[in-house]
Design a protein around this ligand. Structure first.
Ligand SMILES: *Cc1c(COP(=O)(O)O)cnc(C)c1O
Length: 466
């Protein structure tokens, strides 16, 4: 499989190169040159497969030429062996139409473990035997950081610099990052910054010839293709359990950077019968405005109890626009440059009509979120986190008759215990495996949110590429 950039001019890469690179050198994002597809018979043959065996089926075409099936299976067994549920991503039924797909049974209690546990092993595999030293620079609204840090702590050849907006992540999220004391892990709290500010700084480092020429920079944010690839798996796993390919299934996805929902889009492109993909945003609703009115214009970020969705620039949306717009790199580069200059753009007619068939969006405010939490609790005995509640609220409003709707449960409720307690009166307990989090020592740097301050800090600690 070969990978091309959404902006058309970066070199074509193989799976190994695309995994280690993250962002493309022309400012775009990498995508497979073509979508592999499965026939209904091939999808039917996934019935009864374990999560790991499903993962091998779904991901094999994407790693072709770099990893064989046996290698891929061994990596998946190791990655998903660290999940605390035997089904890895179990389905839970709420009523006759609604289901939760629990994606939070990994080490850091959010769905990002599904991708990052595998990505950590891929990094180690691709770097071993070389003396290459990679510098991972990432921005996090909370969950990516903890999942990446867990996956990369202590791994040879990798230093991790993780930027988070100071005071805007939950205590559990922060401690899951800052109590990892491995010497290759560096947490940076940016003062007065939002997640978008952190993300913009990371982008600027990649786009700085001086900085990216000095260090072998690598990205573990959801712009990294390998992460999206790992997330395609659970759409297949869940839909097949609910009757695919004969019965179409809808998914409701709490969305921030459009990574998780883009993985669902890819699953549909690969032949999975997805009746609808519901793009659920909180009041930071740039994606809802883009999909319902064609208006992709950046507002200012409003902090909410679902911080992992408090995003106004949605990196992976570029991948959707590229695919829907006929994969024209030059046209997309011009469109994105227009957005970067004016912080606003219109979707083309082709992009809007292309999205309309499969995608539906909704914006969920605080009241609707709290109501969905109470409905799950009182109606089905399920305590859910604020992000999941946004997905569930959108699912319940979607008016899809006779179609099972799977809401992606993206975080364990204990990760956001204050918000859950406010809505439901119940305070969810941390699972025993992370129970001593509040007794552990924390270590992190607080820096002003400027390019100069952050790059100086990293340059003092990272290993330059040879
Ligand atoms: C990251 C995250 C999201 C948003 O996922 P995207 O891939 O950025 O759209 C939603 N919920 C939780 C709990 C998350 O950690």
């Amino acid at each position: 499989m070969r990978y091309i950039s959404t902006r058309g001019t970066a070199p074509v890469l193989d799976f190994r190169q695309v995994t280690l690179a993250g962002l493309a050198s022309d400012g775009g994002l990498y995508l497979p040159e073509t979508w592999p597809t499965f026939s209904p018979e091939q999808i039917a043959a996934m019935r009864g497969l374990s999560y790991v065996d499903t993962a091998v089926e779904v991901m094999a075409p994407f790693v072709e030429g770099t990893l064989g099936r046996d290698d891929l299976k061994a990596l998946c067994e190791q990655a998903y062996g660290r999940f605390s549920h035997a089904a890895v991503t179990p389905l839970v039924q709420l009523d006759g139409q609604h289901w939760l797909l629990e994606l939070f049974h990994g080490p850091t209690l959010a769905f990002k473990d599904v991708a990052l546990q595998l990505l950590g092993l891929l990094f180690e595999r691709f770097l071993s035997g070389s003396d290459k030293q990679v510098t991972v620079v990432g921005a996090t609204s909370g969950d990516t950081g903890s999942a990446a840090i867990d996956a990369l702590a202590g791994r040879a050849g990798v230093d991790v610099f993780m930027l988070h907006p100071k005071g805007r992540v939950s205590d559990v999220q922060r401690r899951q990052m800052t109590t990892v004391l491995a010497p290759n892990i560096h947490n940076i709290a940016l003062e007065g910054a939002s997640f978008d500010d952190c993300q913009a700084l990371v982008k600027a480092m990649f786009n700085s010839p001086e900085f990216s020429g000095t260090f072998a920079l690598s990205a573990v944010n959801s712009i990294n293709w390998a992460r999206l690839m790992a997330q395609i798996v659970y759409y297949f796993y869940a839909a097949v359990r609910l009757g695919a390919p004969e019965r179409p299934v809808a998914f409701s996805v709490p969305t921030g950077n459009f990574g998780d929902v883009f993985a669902g889009y890819v699953a549909a492109k690969m032949g999975l019968p997805v009746a609808k993909l519901i793009v659920a945003t909180n009041v930071n609703d740039i994606l809802h405005r883009a999909l319902s009115q064609g208006d992709y214009s950046q507002g200012s970020v409003v902090p909410t109890p679902s911080p992992s969705m408090d995003i106004q620039v949605s990196s992976n949306f570029e991948r959707l626009l590229f695919d829907l717009g006929g994969r024209d790199g030059a046209a997309l580069a011009a469109q994105m440059q227009g957005f970067e200059a004016s912080k606003a753009m219109r979707l083309t007619n082709a992009q809007q009509s292309g999205a309309a068939g499969l995608l539906r969006s909704d914006r969920i405010d605080l009241d609707d979120m709290a109501m969905a939490m109470r409905w799950a609790c009182e109606g089905a005995g399920q305590v859910i986190d604020p992000h999941t509640a946004i997905g569930l609220a959108a699912a319940r409003r979607a008016d899809l008759k006779d179609v099972p709707i799977v809401t992606l449960a993206t975080a364990h409720p204990a990760k956001f215990d204050d918000a859950v307690e406010r809505a439901t009166g119940m305070r969810p307990a941390l699972p025993a495996r992370v129970g001593d989090l509040f007794d552990r020592e924390e270590r992190y740097a607080s820096l002003p949110g400027t390019f100069a301050a952050v790059t100086a800090y990293i340059a003092e600690r990272a290993v330059p590429s040879a």
